[in-house]
Design a protein around this ligand. Structure first.
Ligand code: ADP
Ligand code: SF4
Length: 689
């Protein structure tokens, strides 16, 4: 940056032990479902972050030994020398773009189930594993602790040799032995590793000292530490032991990477933690205790907030996982003064969901995330148009907006028609529900981009039928007309036996409520066979509106899919606190005026629920009438995208819109030929290094 700007301070270099970060942007470790299973994909993704200006780019947690086997999850691995070539791909990709590569070494103790290795599981004391699984971890004896230290040291040396510049010791998220030893409820030892805080911190101190001794001459040593367990007096608190740990270890690491635990608190969704920078109150004291640089997170996307955090001395480096996923080019955009081009994270945790199901990362806002290697997608670059031609996109929900924006970026003349008064589709509708306000960013980012462009025309209040489409004479048409919720109660659990719906019963769907339709006074029964967020959000809204709400689900938990987005516990807690009656393991049998019939999923025993209206949240029906009418009408291109092609998450709608724009004017054969690149398992003998 040549001239001083309000953001210049963000581009000052920061020294981290023997290495120097070129600016203050630090991509902290984050999971991505690629790891040791898909190393090329992860390397390319991290390389894009470096290209986008993150001065430090970290791995996700990296298993240091077969006794820390996180399978079936796809984390990184540095068990022995055979893992180094895969990690070298990543360090090379990061170095090629001028950034520092950091590795988060981890031994996960009883958080690793060792499903593949079937190795013994370790913990500070005898205890169950950290999952509902009938295995226990055994208390580490002194030789286990000596081994752990040796494994960590060896892993640090391998990491250095694989090209990493910063090596982590990790005591966070309740996920590693270093953290487990710190926790009094997990560490009931009576030797020098248990009891007093000084004893509980001993293992961490040894790991830090030994990492520094092994690699500290060439690598920075980072310590990732959760200063607060967010459990009040039941856990470590920033004001008490959290602070004491930092005082004890203040100058040992070269950089403090501080956050809160567990992962659900650290990666809180906007629904439950709307405030960007929400960790500042917890981590703000750290800089007053150490002279070493401090990096912190908290879904920080606003450059002004970043500057204020630096100026106020909250942190030295702006840490980001999700903001760097939603916009890998966030630093470059700030540096170039393109603030309004930042694609802000909406805090939905769909990225987290992918890791939790062992699938490659994806992002609602950034459809290229996870596709950098396998499809060659770059978040900021797209091939220019092949020919002078025009495209019509019908429907301005997430799919239509993304498709129109990418087509416009390619240089095509684009017309976007939307039936509603405002563009945005479900992003707009859902953003009006409790806690989902940030989701409007999906529409805002794309609309802002589209409105800057001379080759785009946007029409609202323009419901197009087939005749209007043909009259427009635009040869290439993308149909993004969305989907609507069913009224007949048919869903996964009622397919075999659809419920009986009395014609006089008051049936509501999520679309009715989002359209502002009044819910009749009195109790509402919600039947949720969708299992994602929407039924839970609507229950919250209706309860807030003063209705008595009964929530029925065939599953054993409310909104069970949201366990993957780390929200389930909070959702169920909130509903219970609002007085919502929850009935699990029951399926809808029928709806009559004044009540529902449900049956137990195990015994088939029937029961009745009195209510004045029934809100059915089951499946969606695709809006394909326009598409069907236009088939065989001689259009050069006619493509269904988004929920009209397959109802799913907003992330999926954006993705299919993006894909359609990328593939426009490519032949079907060409598209099919390179569906995506795969990382095929090598069949060479893996027995020796
Ligand atoms: P997606 O998630 O696939 O983007 P949405 O439901 O969010 O789907 O958006 C679909 C949008 O399409 C809605 O805003 C709707 O008003 C609009 N739409 C549906 N049918 C038509 C039509 N025939 N002409 C113009 N717009 C339409
Ligand atoms: Fe943010 Fe959602 Fe993207 Fe994750 S998936 S980075 S939470 S927008």
């Amino acid at each position: 940056m040549s001239e001083a700007t309000p953001y210049s301070v963000l581009f000052e270099p920061v020294r981290i032990g023997p290495v120097t970060a070129r600016n203050r942007f630090y991509q902290v470790p984050h999971c991505n479902g690629m790891g040791h299973i898909r190393p090329r994909a992860e390397a390319a993704m991290r390389g894009i972050k470096a290209e986008g200006g993150w001065a430090v780019v970290s791995t996700q947690e990296t298993e240091i030994h077969p006794t820390s086997d996180l399978s079936p999850y796809a984390e990184n691995r540095i068990w022995d020398a055979r893992d180094m070539p895969a990690l070298r791909l990543m360090t090379d990709a990061i170095h090629n773009k001028g950034s520092l590569a950091a590795i988060e070494l981890a031994h996960n103790g009883n958080h690793a189930m060792n499903h593949t290795t079937r190795a013994p599981i370790f913990a500070p004391s005898d205890m169950s594993v950290d999952f509902s699984h009938p295995r226990q971890a055994r208390a580490m004896d002194k030789s286990d602790i000596r081994n752990l230290r040796r494994w960590h040291r060896d892993a640090a040396l391998r990491a250095r040799d694989a090209g990493f510049d910063i090596i982590y010791v990790y005591a966070g998220h309740h996920m590693t032995l270093a953290h487990h030893f710190l926790q009094p409820h997990m560490n009931q030892r009576s030797d020098e590793y248990g009891g007093s805080l000084e004893n509980r911190v001993r293992l961490t101190r040894e790991l830090l000292e030994e990492t520094r001794e092994a690699v500290g001459d060439t690598c920075g040593v980072a310590f990732r530490f959760a200063v607060d367990d967010m459990l009040g007096s039941d856990g470590m608190q920033a004001a008490e032991e959290g602070r004491a740990v930092i005082e004890m270890l203040a100058e040992l690491p070269d950089i403090w990477d501080v956050n809160v635990a567990g992962w659900d608190n650290d990666s809180a969704t906007t629904r439950f933690q709307p405030q960007d920078g929400y960790q500042n109150d917890y981590i703000g004291f750290v800089k007053s205790v150490t002279s070493k640089p401090v990096v912190g997170v908290g879904r920080i996307t606003s450059p002004d907030m970043m500057v204020s955090m630096i100026r106020k001395g909250v942190v030295d480096m702006i840490g980001a996982a999700r903001p760097s996923i939603a916009d890998p080019f966030l630093p470059v955009k700030i540096e170039e003064g393109r603030i309004d081009e930042i694609r802000e994270c909406i805090g939905c945790n769909i990225c987290v969901m992918a890791d939790n199901i062992g699938a490659p990362i994806r992002c609602t806002q950034n459809p290229t995330m996870g596709e950098e290697w396998r499809r060659g997608w770059h978040p900021e670059k797209i091939a220019p148009k092949a020919n002078e031609t025009e495209a019509l996109v019908i429907g301005a929900g997430p799919a239509g907006l993304e498709c129109a924006m990418q087509l416009a970026r390619r240089g095509y003349q684009v017309t976007l028609a939307e039936a509603g008064e405002e563009p945005g589709g479900r992003a707009l509708r859902e953003s009006r529900l409790p806690g989902l306000g940030a989701w409007i960013r999906v529409a805002d980012y794309r609309l802002h981009d589209l409105r800057q462009r001379g080759n785009v025309q946007i029409f609202t209040q323009s419901h197009l039928g087939p005749d209007e489409v043909l009259e427009l004479g635009i040869p290439n048409v993308f149909i993004a007309t969305g989907a609507q919720w069913r009224r007949d109660g048919v869903g996964t659990n009622t397919q075999r036996q659809p419920p009986t719906i009395d014609a006089d019963a008051t049936i509501l769907t999520p679309d009715d409520i989002m359209a502002g339709q009044t819910t009749p006074d009195g109790p509402v029964a919600i039947y949720d066979d969708d299992h994602a967020y929407i039924a839970g959000v609507l229950a919250e809204k209706l309860a807030q509106d003063g209705h008595r709400v009964v929530f029925v689900t065939p599953e054993s938990l409310v909104s069970i899919f949201t366990t993957h987005t780390l929200e389930q516990h909070r959702i169920q807690t909130r509903l219970l606190e609002l007085g919502v009656e929850i009935i699990c393991n029951h399926t809808l049998a029928g709806v009559q005026p004044g009540g529902l019939q449900i049956t137990c999923g195990f015994t088939s025993k029937a029961s009745d629920i009195a209510c004045n209206s029934a809100l059915l949240v089951t499946e969606r029906l695709r809006n394909t009438a326009l598409y069907d009418a236009l088939k065989d009408m001689g259009l050069k291109t006619l493509e269904l995208i988004g929920d009209a092609a397959g109802p799913a998450l907003i992330a999926d709608a954006v993705y299919t819109g993006h894909m359609a724009a990328r593939n426009f004017e490519r032949s079907a054969v060409e598209v099919e030929k390179d569906w995506f690149r795969r990382e095929i398992v090598s069949l060479t003998d893996g027995a020796t290094g």
